[in-house]
Design a protein around this ligand. Structure first.
Ligand SMILES: Cc1ncc(COP(=O)(O)O)c(C=O)c1O
Length: 365
């Protein structure tokens, strides 16, 4: 859909893209300055594959302060984006045929990365009526002797769900009971509008790998830096894989990230401003879509919303095509997220764009 939208734009058609998986803000100045400072100081050479000690210290402190997680610096590794970290992780823990439980609708890279490591993705569905929150009993029913891991992503891409603490606790207990890994992808942790994020690694520290990154929190998608904390043997295996592939993320980006994570005051200011803007847009979009008669579960976090578009067409691919061709609004069909009848809209764009997109959708309806 993105390629189609770009092609239409190239032809001079005015398309509003609600496809972006990234904040529309610029990276805060204090982080850019830290990168520039690192460059000026000649921090341009190789680093250890797990990352510079200063960054791992800052991550360890961040996990303790913000998440109540105790990871020593040697239980931390960095990677080329959260995506790079997850790639290393699946390569490290999966043998061919190992199963990984994913909560659908899910971010498409999980299933692709599991398959690239020879694993088998096993989807457990959730319903819009339940706010896309998983039922731990349903997850338990999907566990087999080949289950190697369960991935949870709260706040969630693509649904915007924020799982209650009790649900995350139950899932962590399941990981301990059946001795599999719990992969907790917390990349959207600061973009929560209702409820509170909870790190299940607090309940199951020996079974959980907590994955995070700077992309969404600090509008640093292009900088490519992610990190993970977890059991030492898993972290070491991930680092070994990285050492023989990309070696490590860019050196001055690591220094800038250390600054982002340790300058609490400037971080807080930026995050608060971004969160308030996303929250205004979230309410605008949810009210707007509901007003148009498209059932829309209220997202509690991240910057996505998943309306039911069966009123436009029962097939979400067709609905997305109609929205693009007739309303000139690009969205992502739910198909690859395993969300039939739904599309994903990102509200990481201006209120003006969002209002115009709603107006256009209203017009075709
Ligand atoms: C759920 C989820 N996890 C991880 C990532 C990876 O982010 P990055 O590799 O930019 O750090 C994304 C990006 O879209 C995401 O949506």
């Amino acid at each position: 859909m993105n390629a189609k939208a770009l092609e239409l734009r190239r032809q001079g058609v005015d398309v509003i893209a609600l496809t972006a998986g990234e904040p529309d803000f610029d990276t805060p100045e204090f982080i850019k300055e830290a990168a520039w400072q690192a460059l000026k100081e000649g921090k341009t050479k190789y680093t250890p594959p797990a990352g510079i000690p200063e960054l791992r210290e800052a991550i360890s402190e961040k996990f303790r302060r913000e998440n109540g997680l105790e990871y020593a610096p040697d239980q931390i590794t960095v990677g080329v984006g959260g995506k790079g970290v997850l790639y290393n992780l699946f390569q490290a823990i999966l043998d061919p045929g190992d199963e990984v439980i994913l909560i659908a609708p899910y971010w498409v890279s999980y299933s692709a990365q599991v398959e690239l490591a020879g694993g088998v993705p096993v989807a457990v569905t959730t319903e819009a009526e339940a706010g896309f929150v998983p039922d731990p009993e349903r997850v338990a029913a999907a566990v087999t002797p080949r289950t190697k891991a369960l991935v949870v992503n709260s706040p969630n891409n693509p649904t915007g769900a924020v799982y209650p603490e009790t649900v995350l606790q139950a899932l962590a207990e399941l990981a301990v009971k059946h001795d599999f890994y719990l992969v907790s992808d917390e990349i959207y942790e600061h973009l929560v509008y209702q409820g509170r994020p909870f790190s299940p690694g607090r309940v199951a520290p020996d079974h959980t790998i907590t994955v995070n990154g700077v992309a969404k929190t600090y509008a640093m998608t292009g900088w490519r830096l992610g990190y993970a904390g977890g059991p030492k043997e898993v972290i070491q295996a991930m680092t070994k894989i990285q050492g023989q592939s990309v070696t490590h993320p860019t050196t001055f980006v690591q220094w800038a990230t250390a600054r982002a994570l340790s300058d609490r005051e400037q971080s807080r200011k930026f995050i608060e401003t971004a969160r308030a803007a996303f929250d205004r847009r979230r309410r605008l979009v949810v009210e707007g879509l509901r007003g148009l008669g498209l059932p829309t579960p209220e997202p509690k976090g991240a910057f996505y919303v998943m309306p039911d578009v069966r009123r436009i067409d029962p097939d979400e691919l067709k609905a997305a095509e109609i929205l693009l061709e007739r309303a000139r609004v690009a969205v992502v069909p739910g198909t690859d997220f395993k969300a039939p009848g739904h599309v994903r809209m990102s509200y990481a764009t201006s209120e003006e764009n969002l209002k115009e997109a709603l107006r256009r959708i209203g017009e075709i309806l």
